[in-house]
Ligand binder design. Sequence first.
Ligand SMILES: [Zn+2]
Ligand SMILES: [Zn+2]
Length: 178
Amino acid sequence: MGRKLSVPEPNIDELCQRYMDGWSSLKLAKYYGISKPTVLRRLRITGIKRRDIRVRGSMHPNWITGKIINKDGYVKLNVGGGKRVFEHKLIMEKHLGRKLIKPEEIHHINGDKQDNVIENLELCKDRADHKRKHQQYNWSTNYLCCQRCKKTEIKHEAHGLCINCYQWIRYKGDRADG
Ligand SMILES: [Zn+2]
Ligand SMILES: [Zn+2]
């Protein structure tokens, strides 16, 4: 109470930001004149998991646990300082080794906006390019996959059915084996 420290009490956002910038908990402890367990406790309060020493900063898969899903179904991450960023953008930027440039967009190949592994992400140079990707990947205009077998490997025939399933449904009435 009223105790003056040589270094001010760490602002928790600032502490988190430094941690995510790659500062070790020991370095933070020394910098703020507090113990390492105190640093770790503060990081834990904000939901940041302790970083694996071998994997630096934001490259670590567990560096943040503060995930939210926004109203459009995208994953946003808490990056400290009250800032949230889109997970898919962050992952793409890491993959590219640069920031995204204005008209660029990211496409989720399997259509799942929350599946942000790099294999599921594709960089589009602008909105038109992104639209094209949707047309290219959508199995048919109105269906993502065959409504019966759930596959996309076989060509769409009609009514959301692949050739095989369409034939099956069409002729099953005539066949004893169904
Ligand atoms: Zn897309
Ligand atoms: Zn089918």
